[in-house]
Design a binder for this molecule. Sequence first.
Ligand code: NAP
Length: 317
Amino acid sequence: MRVWITRPLTEAVEARARDALDVEFRTETTPLDRDELHRALTEFDIVVPTLGDQFSAEVFGAVPQPRCRLLANFGVGYNHIDVAAAGASGIAVTNTPGAVTDATADIALTLLLMTARRAGEGERLVRAGNWQGWHPTQMLGHHVTGKRLGVVGMGRIGQAIAQRCHFGFGMEVSYLARSPKELSFPATQADDLRGLAASVDFLVIAVPGGAETTHLINADVLAAMKPSALLINIARGEVVDEAALISALQAGQIAGAGLDVYEFEPKVPDALIGMQNVTLLPHLGTATEEVRTAMGHMALDNVAACIAGQDLPNLVS
Ligand code: NAP
């Protein structure tokens, strides 16, 4: 079976793929363009796509009898793939859950701490040679320990964030989820998003992207937050209405934001770049050698299962 891997992956993963598969490696680091999306469905039996490869219903619709049988997505988030349209074309979709959880939760905490304690701003001050020295009222930020955390989307990553905040920082945790959760630490399930937003110091977004959650965090939710509260988004950019976020920050409705993802990624609005109270990371959630290798092996496990005619370990529906 002919396999296409649509981005360079870590050495360990590429070595395994080279040894075990009839594989073509794409060397570009950019998303597939229209012609390449078409090629993925017509020239390969299995494709390993990732974030940004827009397999929309239209792309599937343009290839009535695809050669492709499996999109073994590299990443847990698969909102760039229309899974229903893939299924209608006889193409299965798998992802890489679990491998990404701790690293992404760590980045949420990085954003929370950097934003609350003005770490980015402080680093810029030092690097610019403008630091005048310590004094008792220099760069006062927000205390983190003992504060109230709200998690929107209490899945694997949401729980890992809450766990870190409870055990590491003594925070009181509340969360929004569609189904009740059994947790190993105290946490309160909120009745509604606005109520949760109004009651916490740090609101962290950890829901999947896609039509159901687009602009879940809108002007209304931002207006409900305390003026001293921070918004942290490690989920997908489109979950937060970016224009509404900019307005809320400009109006002082919220105190700051920490973002790993953007609505029109990799475009980051100049308005956000100009704000000292916003921490901006370039989608670093899973960016460690170990995690990217674990994700790659998980994707290749799904490829191997497909070739062997076995059940796919990480089928999404
Ligand atoms: P997960 O285990 O499936 O958790 C997602 C949670 O969101 C589930 O608990 C689900 O609730 C909840 N949810 C879904 N729709 C909701 C809605 N409309 N309202 C409230 N809650 C909702 O997924 P995960 O592994 O934690 O990953 C979450 C997302 O993080 C991924 O989909 C991906 O987009 C993003 N991510 C980002 C990075 C990064 O680099 N920044 C890295 C990895 C992942 P139920 O449990 O009730 O179904």
